[in-house]
Write a protein that binds this ligand. Structure first.
Ligand code: PHE
Length: 449
C-alpha cells in the first residue's frame, strides 16, 4: 500500500464520513413523505428489509473492492481482472463512475446552494437586510450561480484538505451537529398543535399498501441512491480504510445509520407538515397526495416557519442549516471520486486536482442553471436513473464473476481468520453474483420502460 495515500484515522471517523455521504438531501426531502403516503410504518419496515437485502450487498462490493486496491475505481477494477478484455471493460466502468459522480455533483450543488441561500436569508431578514434576503431565495440565474459557487467552494475546500484533515475532520464535526439539530427540531415540533396527527399518518402501519410491486421497486431504487452506490464514492472511501477493519460489520453500521436518519427525519417532517396544516397551509397536491420534495422544502415549510413568529427565525435557520450540512457531507464524497482519480493517475497535487475538478463541475452546474428547464431533469435522470443502477450491476459482475474467489477470501481474511466460516462468506458471494444483478436489472427495466 502506498504510504503517501491518505487514510481514515479512526473507525468512527470512517463511519461518520461514509454515513455522511449516504445521508443527504434524499433522506430528508424524499423518504418521509414517501413513507407517509405508502403505508407508514409498514413502508418503513419494508424499506429497512430491502436496504439490507439489496443495497447492503452492493455497498460491500464497493468497500471490499476499494480496500483491496487501496486505490481509485479504475485501478480497483483493472487490478482484479486477469484478462486484457476484462481489464479494459473494468477501466471503462470505473471511468464512467467518475463521470456520473461528477454529474450528480453538478445538479446536487445547485439544490445545495438553495439550502445555503435559505439558511442565510432568515437571519439577514431579521437584521433588516430584506433585499439581500429576498435575493437569496428568489431562484434567479445570478443567485443560483452565486450560491452554487459558494457551495462548490466549500466542498472543494474540505476535499483539498485531504482524507484525514479534510473529509474525516469535517464529517466528525458535521454529522453529530446534524443529528442533534434533527432531534432538537423534532422535539420542538412535537410541542405544537397538530404534530400528533402527523405522527399518526407517518407511523400507523397499513400493510395493504406496501405489497405493491411498483412500490417495492421504487423503494429499492431510492435505497440505492441513498447509500451513494454505483459511482465509486463508497469504493474510494473504502480504499482509505486500514486492513485491520472488519468490513461486513462496518458496512452494516453505515447502512443502519443511513436508514435510521431517514426514519428520524420523518419524525420531524410529518409532524411539521400537519402543524402547518393546522395553521391553514396546504399540504396536499391536487390529487390529494402529500406535497413532497422541492414544494415541501421551499413552500410548505417556509410558510410554517413564518407562522411561528419570532421563534420561526431560529427554527428556519436550524432547518436549512441542517439541509446544507446533509448536502455538504454528501458532496465531498462525490468530489473525492474524480479528485482521487486525478491524483493517483496523473500525480497532481490534491490542491490542483481539487480546484480543477470543482471548477469544471461548477461550469457544468452553470450550464444546467442557464438551461434549467430541460437540462436539470435530464442530468438527474441520466445520472441517477440510468447511470447508478447500470454501474451497480457492473460492480456486482466484477465482484461476483471476475474477482478470483481465493483472492476475495484473502481480502476478508485480513482481519478475520475465520472468514471462511462466516455467514457473510456463505451468502454474499453468490448473492452478488446472481441475485443483485438480476434484481437491479429488473428495477432498471421497470423504471426505464
Ligand atoms: N446519498 C446521497 C443522498 O442521499 C446522494 C449521493 C449519491 C451521494 C451518489 C454520493 C453519490 O443525498
Amino acid at each position: 500500500m502506498a504510504t503517501s495515500r491518505g487514510q481514515f484515522g479512526t473507525r468512527t471517523g470512517f463511519i461518520l464520513a461514509a454515513a455522511g455521504s449516504a445521508v443527504g438531501l434524499g433522506n430528508i426531502w424524499g423518504f418521509p413523505t414517501q413513507a407517509a403516503s405508502n403505508g407508514g410504518a409498514a413502508f418503513v419496515l419494508v424499506y429497512l428489509i430491502l436496504a439490507f437485502l439489496l443495497a447492503y450487498p452492493v455497498l460491500m462490493v464497493e468497500l471490499l473492492l476499494g480496500r483491496h486496491a487501496h486505490g481509485n475505481s479504475v485501478r480497483a477494477l483493472t487490478q482484479i481482472s486477469s484478462r486484457s478484455s476484462t481489464k479494459f471493460v473494468g477501466a471503462t466502468t470505473g471511468f464512467f463512475g467518475i463521470i456520473i459522480a461528477s454529474l450528480i455533483l453538478s445538479f446536487y450543488a445547485i439544490v445545495a446552494g438553495w439550502m445555503l441561500g435559505f439558511t442565510a436569508s432568515y437571519p439577514l431578514a431579521s437584521l433588516g437586510f430584506d433585499r439581500t434576503s429576498q435575493w437569496l431565495t428568489d431562484f434567479t440565474i445570478p443567485s443560483n450561480i452565486a450560491l452554487m459557487t459558494v457551495f462548490m467552494t466549500m466542498t472543494a475546500g474540505i476535499v483539498v484538505g485531504g482524507v484525514h484533515k479534510g473529509i474525516e475532520r469535517w464529517s466528525t464535526r458535521l454529522m453529530p451537529t446534524l443529528i442533534v439539530t434533527l432531534i432538537g427540531l423534532a422535539l420542538y415540533v412535537f410541542t405544537l398543535d397538530g404534530a400528533i396527527e402527523g405522527l399518526k399518518v407517518y407511523l400507523l402501519p397499513d400493510f395493504s399498501k406496501v405489497l405493491s410491486a411498483d412500490l417495492i421497486l421504487a423503494a429499492l431504487g431510492s435505497a440505492f441512491f441513498s447509500l451513494s452506490l454505483g459511482v465509486g464514492t463508497m469504493l474510494i472511501y473504502g480504499s482509505y480504510l486500514s486492513d485491520e477493519e472488519h468490513l461486513p460489520s462496518i458496512g452494516a453500521q453505515v447502512a443502519l445509520i443511513d436508514v435510521g436518519l431517514a426514519v428520524l427525519a420523518g419524525f420531524l417532517i410529518l409532524p411539521a407538515m400537519y402543524v402547518a396544516a393546522a395553521r391553514g397551509v396546504d399540504i396536499f397536491d391536487a390529487s390529494g397526495a402529500l406535497l413532497s420534495e422541492d414544494t415541501l422544502i421551499f413552500t410548505v415549510l417556509p410558510e410554517l416557519f413564518t407562522s411561528l413568529g419570532s421563534i420561526g427565525l431560529f427554527v428556519a435557520t436550524a432547518f436549512f442549516g441542517l439541509m446544507s450540512v446533509a448536502a455538504l457531507t454528501s458532496s465531498i464524497s462525490m468530489l473525492e471520486v474524480p479528485v482521487a482519480f486525478i491524483v493517483e493517475r496523473f500525480e497532481w497535487s490534491r490542491r490542483r486536482a481539487g480546484t480543477t475538478a470543482s471548477a469544471f463541475i461548477g461550469l457544468l452546474s452553470t450550464m444546467i442553471i442557464l438551461n434549467f428547464d430541460w437540462l436539470f431533469g435530464a442530468v438527474v435522470a441520466l445520472s441517477t436513473r440510468y447511470g447508478q443502477p447500470l454501474l451497480g450491476v457492473m460492480l456486482c459482475v466484477y465482484a461476483g464473476w471476475v474477482w478470483n474467489r481465493q483472492a476475495l477470501l484473502a481480502e476478508l481474511k485480513k482481519n478475520d481468520a475465520n472468514a471462511k466460516h462466516s455467514w457473510f462468506w456463505r451468502l454474499w458471494p453468490w448473492y452478488v453474483r446472481l441475485v443483485c444483478p438480476a434484481v437491479i436489472l429488473v428495477i432498471f427495466a421497470r423504471s426505464v420502460l
